[in-house]
Design a protein around this ligand. Structure first.
Ligand code: CAA
Length: 389
């Protein structure tokens, strides 16, 4: 763990490039995403237009080096952009997060030159979407307990099994599939394969109907004798679990930023409503009961953002950040859920109906405590890191 006190200075100012990312993301989110967020949620419609526009803005491959068609930005810029996008529409936020941190991220760190040239430019432009297939019906938190199997046949692998809760699974052209290639070796027997979804044997079996983030598809993928060339293996045979864990470290920064964005939406929407809604002859913002809620939300949003940016800064500095990413996600997701509850409360009865955004924030916030590692798993990661010191 990094002792912040040991650092000479804590510079929280943004670079001109990071400010530009913030302005660009904020105006895109306000102009393009916010007006459609309620409708996308109601219809559970995948926001394909928005995703294409995000690709054109460079937001689908933010951390991908420019030589592979990406924006070549840092992790702080990435956290800033995800926050802005999620403030408007948390569904778009998770689609963007999975594409950037889990799919592009794993390819940047683990891919060979040919794989990077083949996949990254299309992923970064949004022409190709990817998904990250780790979870299975019996393997969520216990992520190494995989049954999906890949058996070697000459220069190919034959894959059979089921993957659950796959974000963007129905729209992805490529799957980062974590499969068991040596069951006796448990987590040392897991291998990551890049699977083309258009080939026979890759089946979109079920699309989930969800409480929140309804614009993002969450899919069960079934693999039935799917053939994958060994050239499409990402990393060494047996290295898949570590690839997944390292990739999720970075993914947790994205989800923390998404949670900050949702919490900020709650704060801003609650504050705006409190200033115009009157009770007992004056705006409810003039009552201390409401002011305290706003004060708590405001403080918590800032604290969550600072933890998120600290994890991102450590990533940018190539320092270890596993525990810091878990702290950011643990704290920010809790803040999002609390802010959403208070936002509904400030709106009162109007918080409970679909004419106002509060109930959508309430439903969207909850998933941040579950995916990319539950809050309980984040505590395991943080405790292990803290106790080993
Ligand atoms: N970086 C690199 N290596 C790591 C690591 C990390 N962050 N964490 C663990 N490892 C390595 C360990 O060093 C160890 O290696 P060796 O055996 O070679 O020494 C190996 O992985 C196994 O470690 P553990 O014994 O700690 O593993 P475990 O089985 O106890 O599991 C866990 C640890 C933290 C609980 C892990 O299973 C976990 O993170 N579970 C949650 C899974 C998760 O986040 N799923 C999200 C699904 S994807 C998703 O949600 C995306 C989406 O759609 C939005």
């Amino acid at each position: 763990m990094t002792d912040l006190a040991s650092r000479a200075a804590l510079d929280l100012s943004l670079t001109p490039e990071q400010e530009l990312v913030q302005r660009t993301a904020r105006s895109f989110a306000t102009d393009e995403l916010l007006p459609k967020a309620a409708e996308i949620d109601r219809d559970a419609r995948f926001p394909a237009d928005a995703v294409q526009k995000l690709g054109a803005l460079g937001f689908m491959g933010m951390l991908v080096p420019s030589e592979y068609g990406g924006a070549g930005l840092d992790a702080i810029s990435y956290a800033i952009a995800i926050e802005e996008i999620s403030r408007a529409d948390a569904s778009v936020g998770v689609i963007m997060s999975v594409q950037n941190s889990l799919v592009c991220g794993a390819l940047v760190t683990e891919g060979d030159e040919e794989q990077k040239r083949r996949f990254l430019p299309r992923l970064a432009s949004g022409a190709l979407l990817g998904c990250f297939a780790l979870s299975e019906p019996q393997a969520g938190s216990d992520a190494s307990n995989l049954k999906c199997a890949a058996v070697r046949q000459g220069d190919h692998w034959i894959v059979n099994g089921t993957k659950n809760f796959i974000t963007t699974g129905a729209h992805a052209g490529v799957v980062l599939l974590f499969a068991q290639t040596d069951p006796a070796a448990r987590h040392h027997g897991i291998t990551c394969l890049l699977v083309d979804t258009k080939q026979p044997g890759v089946i979109v079996a079920k699309q989930e109907h969800k409480l929140g983030i309804r614009g993002s598809d969450t899919t069960q993928l079934v693999f039935q004798d799917a053939r994958v060339a060994d050239a499409d293996r990402l990393g060494a045979v047996g290295s898949g679990f570590k690839v997944a864990m390292k990739t999720l470290d970075s993914g947790r920064i994205g989800i923390a930023a998404q949670a900050v964005g949702i919490a900020r939406a709650c704060l801003e929407d609650a504050a705006a409503y409190a200033k115009q809604r009157e009770a007992f002859g004056k705006p409810i913002a003039e009552f201390q009961a409401i002011q305290w809620k706003i004060a708590d939300m405001s403080t918590q949003v800032d604290a969550a953002r600072l933890l998120t940016w600290r994890a991102a800064a450590l990533k940018d500095a190539h320092e270890p950040y596993t525990a810091e990413a878990s702290m950011a996600k643990l704290f920010a997701s809790d803040v999002a859920v609390r802010a959403a509850r208070e936002c509904v409360q400030v709106f009162g009865g109007y918080g409970y109906v679909q004419d106002f955004p509060a109930e959508r924030h309430y439903r969207d916030a909850k998933i941040t405590e579950i995916y990319e590692g539950t809050s309980e798993i984040q505590r395991i990661v943080i405790a292990e890191d803290t106790l080993q010191e």
